[in-house]
Design a protein around this ligand. Structure first.
Ligand SMILES: Nc1ncnc2c1ncn2[C@@H]1O[C@H](COP(=O)(O)OP(=O)(O)OP(=O)(O)O)[C@@H](O)[C@H]1O
Ligand SMILES: [Mg+2]
Length: 496
């Protein structure tokens, strides 16, 4: 061998030895010809012990190959390289993943003379891949199982994902239906683009926004939205939104507001009631005195006395004052009710017959919409009559004597309530006055036409009878006052 040839062999062997992957050279019959240094070190074997052996004897210590698929026939037939992934467990129990690359080495006739097999340890990559898959599967479970509604859309607004909670909130039955919609369709007009603007202004984050969504049934639902833009390599790829349904929260808040308002109203009425009771008491005695002396004076006067009409005017006005005092006492619950068990329709009929001046009704059509269900209530019928009369008189003056007055009774058995609505086609009550109408002396009538005690008296009497009075609705078309009383049952008859 000449020097040149020796040199050639030397560097070729060095190249082989310096390959960074453990590598074998095999004959087509799988017999090992040689191995590089890295192979010997990595597998802890000596060349003499493995040369001449078949590869499976070295790798698996078996006489025949345990692998179902051997890449040798493929490499021999196609004369091109291939690779297979092998998983095996070391003697210490460590699981390894190897990517084995088989490359043919051809002879001068183009036939496969040898096969080079290099073993690449891809355990780390494989483990990372598995961990990633696991994390992905876990995240998917978290998103799908979350009670919070999550929606993701691509940068063009196409919905990519709606978890089951979101499908429920938005009312879409399945993923197919979801894929047909865009972000524009789940908000009122203009809201989707405004959210996008806010997201961009907030550097891709929107912490909390109270807004409205439109569900598949076209219903508007109040929600709280938290959203963010998802970037990949600084490029916007999707947006994700988390929605909290606010309906229940708002309903509770409204109920609370209503209860607070009711409480404030009843506190106001209670203190006004005390004041009214005090005033009524104080005034009643001097009034009795004035009436007594004025009547005495009148008796001593002749029919022609020029001052007689003055004294008569005094007596008339004092009587009016006493009536006011009487009403004030009713409002402040100073009189005790005499309760009967009576059908609510009967009280309405009695009240209407008690209105003394039929002229008032001349241009008013009265409609009785009475439910014929059993609606017994346990109340002082005279007091409730007075309430109904006050409401009817107010309705007639609101209609200026012309219109339709409807008296509608009905019950709600489950709630245990009987109801009477007094409905007029009158002028209505301005919203800013609604909180004042039950106050004593609040009136919009001209001086001398009304004292402003009708509704406050009614309020006091209704409360006295464990009922409720309210304005159910009012507008330029008319007003509905609602009276509620507990339905009487033999079983709760002894409630007092
Ligand atoms: N049905 C109604 N439609 C429109 N406004 C009403 C109605 N009922 C009451 N009001 C308003 O409420 C005010 C207070 O009523 P309330 O019955 O307490 O006193 P009044 O009718 O003015 O006087 P009084 O009843 O003492 O003769 C009325 O002046 C009126 O402005
Ligand atoms: Mg009145």
């Amino acid at each position: 061998m000449n020097d040149k040839l020796l040199e050639e062999i030397d560097w070729r062997l060095r190249v082989f030895d310096s390959l960074s992957f453990p590598t074998l050279i095999l004959k087509p019959d799988k017999v090992i010809l040689t191995a590089n240094q890295v192979f010997l070190e990595k597998f802890g074997v000596e060349l003499e012990k493995i040369a001449g052996k078949k590869c499976h004897e070295v790798f698996y210590g078996t006489l025949s190959c345990p692998n179902k698929v051997c890449p040798f026939p493929k490499v021999l037939a196609e004369k091109s390289g291939t690779s297979v992934m092998r998983r095996h467990t070391t003697r210490t129990g460590k699981r390894l993943y190897e990517d084995r690359v088989f490359s043919p080495i051809l002879d001068e006739k183009g036939q496969v003379a040898y096969i080079m097999e290099s073993v690449r340890d891809v355990t780390r990559q494989k483990n990372l891949e598995l961990a990633l898959k696991e994390t992905e599967a876990f995240l998917e479970k978290v998103i799908l199982g979350s009670p919070i509604a999550i929606v993701a859309a691509d940068r063009y607004g196409h919905i990519l994902l709606m978890n089951p909670s979101a499908e429920e909130l938005f009312g879409y039955a399945n993923a197919f239906a979801v894929r047909q919609i865009t972000a524009d369709q789940i908000y009122p007009p203009g809201v989707a683009s405004s959210i996008m603007r806010q997201l961009k202004d907030g550097k891709g984050k929107l912490r909390s926004l109270k807004t409205t969504i439109i569900n598949a049934q076209s219903e508007a639902i109040p929600v709280e939205l938290t959203a963010s833009i998802i970037y990949e390599d600084n490029e916007e790829v999707a947006t994700v939104g988390i929605y909290t349904d606010l309906r229940e929260k708002l309903a509770v808040e409204n109920k609370l507001k209503e209860t607070r308002a009711q409480l404030a109203q009843s506190e106001k009425m209670a203190s006004l009631g005390q004041l009214a009771a005090g005033v009524a008491h104080e005034i009643n005695n001097p009034l009795t005195g004035i009436l007594f002396y004025a009547t005495l004076k009148l008796e001593t006067m002749t029919a022609e006395d020029p001052e007689r009409s003055d004294v008569e005017a005094v007596i008339e006005d004092v009587k009016r004052c006493k009536e006011i005092v009487q009403n004030l006492l009713a409002y402040s619950r100073q009189s005790s009710p005499m309760k009967d068990i009576i059908h609510i329709n009967a009280i309405v009929n009695q009240s209407l017959s008690l209105i003394r001046d039929p002229k008032m009704f001349r241009n008013v059509r009265i409609e009785r919409q009475f439910s014929d269900e059993m609606m017994l209530v346990h109340v002082d019928k005279n007091q409730i009559s007075q309430v109904i009369i006050n409401l009817v008189m107010n309705a007639i003056s609101a209609m200026d004597g012309t219109g339709v007055l409807t008296l509608h009774t009905y019950r709600d058995k489950e709630a245990g309530k009987a109801y009477l609505e007094v409905i007029d086609t009158g002028c209505g009550i301005a919203p800013e006055n609604l909180t004042k109408i039950f106050d004593p002396f609040y009136t919009t009538k001209a001086p001398g036409e009304g004292t402003g005690l009708g509704l406050s008296t009614a309020y006091g009497l209704v409360k006295e009878n464990k009922g409720n009075i309210s304005v159910k609705q009012t507008s330029g078309e008319g007003t509905t006052f609602l009276l509620e009383f507990e339905l009487y049952h033999a079983s709760n008859g002894s409630e007092e």
